[in-house]
Design a protein around this ligand. Structure first.
Ligand code: ADP
Ligand code: MG
Length: 348
């Protein structure tokens, strides 16, 4: 099976909280957590332009994981907990502040257009901009005055957001410079995270070539979503190049690739590997293996458990009436193939 092919959405009992343009959010395994699923959809110009680019979600999941894990490691708070599988990561649920925070180092895109500054011009200093996150309005640019007057964030929160934006910009600029890439600009989202009675602002959403402008230092070639916006083609190759330079991909053979090419260092899991993996996870986490991909389920809802009870009761009655050679037992994993072990009732 080609793991860069678009995946079905895992059918399981977890609840879909939100479906956006590039990602889906599912209920997480514990309260206060969510599962962020990266789709292959690429959109631009407020979704007027749309295309499915097979494998983009897998790459963005990996690249965003890499960035957020490193931000956590240097003490920049983020929503990221850990990656779960090829397309999904476990995150903390936050109250998203409805702003797209853009940090620019080099003139490009709307800044160049609006102010007539040639693309590629180094800016005198990094510039932070706010856009109101509202698809219906086309994410209009707003000032701090709008942000505070309309209550999207307090002056203190704006200070926190700007301090985070500067730290993320410094980290990303150095990270990419080290691998021969110029960080032209990027967008980030922030959210409020409560811990007991304390609230702090953390970096949320994703940081990937979908949300950054990344230019190769030598050739100035674009390695980001502008390849899609400007119909340059080669988006997947560009994102793969970014991942490869960051050391996320390992050298390997892809059968149809004609020679060694960088591939994502994760294949389908077998049921044996799956059991070895779930042995390392806490008992309260419920995992299923679907098409070679481990899928973490949300805790069952009351409604789910009522349905289980009713089904088991009804089938149990039939079982006794018939003195059946089978039995009905809920909550057992069933090995359906060497790459599938869903949870289901199993005839005994
Ligand atoms: P959109 O089309 O709205 O940009 P995406 O496809 O980017 O949506 O899906 C991600 C959505 O989830 C975004 O609306 C983003 O603001 C929101 N989000 C990101 N991280 C979190 C989080 N930790 N908690 C709650 N919501 C989040
Ligand atoms: Mg988004």
């Amino acid at each position: 099976m080609d793991f860069l092919k678009p995946r079905y959405t895992p059918m399981s009992r977890r609840r879909r909280i939100y479906e956006g343009k590039a990602k889906v959010l599912y209920e997480g395994p514990e309260p206060g957590t969510l599962i962020q699923h990266f789709k292959d959809d690429a959109t631009a110009f407020n979704a007027k332009k749309h295309q499915v680019i097979e494998g983009k979600g897998v790459l963005n999941n990996r690249i965003s994981e890499y960035v957020f894990q490193h931000l956590n490691d240097i003490g920049v708070p983020t929503h990221f907990i850990r990656r779960l599988n090829m397309r999904e990561q476990l995150i903390r649920e936050v109250e998203i502040i409805p702003l797209e925070v853009v940090v620019r180092n080099v003139a490009a895109g709307s800044l160049s257009q609006r102010l007539g500054i040639e693309e590629g011009t180094q800016l005198p200093r990094s510039i932070i901009e706010f856009y109101y996150k509202n698809d219906a309005l086309g994410d209009p640019m707003v000032s701090e005055e709008h942000v505070t007057a309309f209550g999207w964030a307090t002056p203190q929160e704006i200070d926190d957001i700007m301090a985070l934006a500067v730290r993320v910009n410094d980290f990303l600029s150095g990270l990419f410079l080290g691998v021969g890439i110029r960080l032209v600009d990027f967008k980030m989202e922030c959210g409020r995270l409560w811990e007991n009675d304390m609230m702090r602002i953390v970096v949320a959403d994703e940081i990937s070539p979908d949300s950054c402008r990344l230019w190769d230092i030598k050739s100035s070639e674009k390695l980001d979503k502008d390849r899609f916006r400007r119909d340059l083609g080669g988006l997947l190759e560009a994102y793969t190049e970014v991942a490869k330079r960051l050391g996320i991909l390992s050298e390997g053979e892809r059968p149809q690739g004609g020679g060694p090419v960088p591939v994502i260092d994760t294949g389908p899991m077998t049921v044996e590997e799956f059991y070895a993996f779930t042995d390392t996870r806490p008992d309260e986490e419920k995992w299923e293996l679907i098409e070679g991909e481990p899928v973490l389920n949300a805790a069952p809802s009351d409604m789910h458990q009522w349905i289980v009870k009713n089904v088991v009761l009804a089938l149990g009655i039939r079982e006794r009436e018939l003195n059946a050679p089978w039995a009905v037992l809920p909550g057992l994993g069933v090995r359906v193939s060497d790459k599938d072990r869903p949870e289901a009732a199993r005839p005994q």
